[in-house]
Design a protein around this ligand. Sequence first.
Ligand SMILES: *Cc1c(COP(=O)(O)O)cnc(C)c1O
Length: 460
Amino acid sequence: MTHSPAARMHEVSDETRAIVDMVLEYSRGRLNAEDTPLDKPLPAAELTRLAGRTIDEKGIGARKALGVFEHVLAPACITTDDPRYLSFIPSAPTKAAAAFDLVVSASALYGGSWLEGAGAVHAENEVLRWLANEFGLPAGAGGVFVQGGTLGNLSALVAAREAARDRFADAGKPRPDAWRVVCSVEAHSSIASAARVMDVEVVGVPVGEDGVLRGDAVRAALDEHGDSVFAVVATAGSTNFGIVDDIADVARAVAGTDVWLHVDGAYGLTGMLSPRARHRFAGVEHADSLVVDPHKWLFAPFDACALIYRDPELGRRAHTQHAEYLDTLTETSDWSPSDFAAHLTRRARGLPLWFSLATYGAAVYREAITSAIDLAERIAEEIDRRPDLTLVRRPQLGVVVFERVGWTKADYDRWSAQLLDGQHAFVTPSSHAGRVNARFAILNPRTTFDDLVGILDTMA
Ligand SMILES: *Cc1c(COP(=O)(O)O)cnc(C)c1O
């Protein structure tokens, strides 16, 4: 067997075996470590100085490159699965899911088509089917794991707009001056982003003090904008507060119209798996499409969003790419995940969740989700008890938002920076209605009440 020197990087040899061993050894250490520090970013100039030049014609070798990663680059990345990472939406992959991500890479799987990845797609579809069933969607529902909620929302809204276009064309009606999507003013920024990409207008409808979007507000928007509205988005767990819209009421407002109901549950829809919160999501079963991010509260590694259509054919019609070199794939009725979103090449990113669910079973997922909801409630009560803290809204899921009486933005910023500098916790300030606040996003099952109380104590 003689290979050209160019095959040095690909063939199995003493050199490549040593590289594989080294990388797996590092990964084993990281996955089994109990003392991974929280870490923090460094200024770009500092990283340039510390990392040195790593790319040249000859290569610096795996040992040195891995050393740079381990000692310079990784410590400059915040450990998102740290139990005291409470900002944004944390990440907390199960050990099985994180470990299996290595298998997905090692196996050179292609997750875009049935022809190439049938086995992987089958397993991903079993997970999607399980989720669709939890959410009360009919047996025909299905979709695809895409990169994130932003792409999931965009792909769903494109399918919705496509369906509206077809409807107008079939009726011989001229298109509206502009297509419009209706959502709460507290909907995630990715809805506005999708609207920009699609060149459609967002109609942001007001919500009450409690942050919940209801049917009457949606009805008013539909009355005002008529059939230029192609979709209504209900948020199943807002990112800033974890507040769930009244989906059943929104669904009633949409019922009897042609308007597409999309449920953005990227963060919170997972809450439906917990008996404690399930009731809050009544009405999800009416969704024409929905998204939920396994990389958030379903304990999968980055990056994965489950996008599910009630009628997958509408997703396929909107998104299938046609090209001569793809005819082999698109001229069949096989289930090819590429066809259901604005993407083509894809990693089988649903497999880590599949492996973890298969390993542990669904019950412990429900327990883990319930424990976050319980902890959020407990710490909200503690915040209520402290005279110098004010709860902004009672939590519904795992997000707790509160103010420190008398603090300015500068006070919050200084406090947050000190928490990270001292490697105590990662808690960034947020704001609501022009007022700065502090926010705990709780989802990591390793986060304890004492961790949170310890952070509150630093605000005294
Ligand atoms: C996180 C989030 C998104 C965006 O998801 P990404 O995976 O970050 O792209 C959209 N909607 C809601 C409600 C979210 O919480």
